[in-house]
Write a protein that binds this ligand. Sequence first.
Ligand code: ZN
Length: 220
Amino acid sequence: MSTDYTTIRWKLMNKPKTLTKKDIVALTDLITEKLGYEAPDKPPKAPKKKKESKGRKQATPKDDPYQEVFKRSPNQGGAITPKYIVIHDSYGSHDGTRAWILDDASNVSYHYLIDSKGNRTQFVADRKRAWHAGKSKWKGKTGLNGTSIGVAFWGNTYERTPNTKEIDSCARKCIYLMKKFNIGIDGILTHAMIAPGRKTDTSPETHEKVLAKVRKLLGD
Ligand SMILES: [Zn+2]
C-alpha cells in the first residue's frame, strides 16, 4: 500500500478542500519523518499532570502470563505495515516514561513499554505509526517509524539488565508480533542497529537475551 503523493500534492496546490483525512494523515506522517521524531536518549521528565487512568485491559495469548493494558498516546500517525520490531531503552523510570508518552508535548511514543513485572502498556495500535525510531535506516530503507513496532524497556540497559520477567515478556510479545506480521527473528532489531553512531540502545547483551529467549520459546 503506497501513498500517492503526486495526487496529494496536486490537491494541495490546486484544490486543498478536496484533501481527505487520509491525505492529511499521509502529509503529517511525511512531516513527522522529516522532523525525525524519536525516543530520546536522556531521561524523560514526568510532566506535572493529573494522574492518567491505568488504561483498558486487553487480551493476550494463552501462553502469555503478563497483563497488558492499552492506553492511547496522542503521539501517533497513520497506518503502517510492520516488518520489524525495534527494541529501545526508555532511559527514564517506568512511570516517568509512561507519562512522557502520554504527553502530547513530548512527540514521542513506543507501541509497548514493559514494566519490572513483565506487564506491558500498549500506547499505539500495532498497525499505526508510533514515533520512536527517528532518522533511521535498515536494508536501504529509511524512516523505520513507517515499518516497525517499537518495544521499550524502561531505564538504561547498559546500567541495569532487564530481569527474567522483562526479557520473557519482551520475547513473548516479539513472537506474537512475528506471527501476526510474518516477521522473522532477524527482524528483531535495536535502535542502535537502525541509527548507528547516533543511538546506542538497547545494549547488545539485552538484545541477545531477547533473541535467545525467542529461539527457546519457538523451540529452535
Ligand atoms: Zn531508542
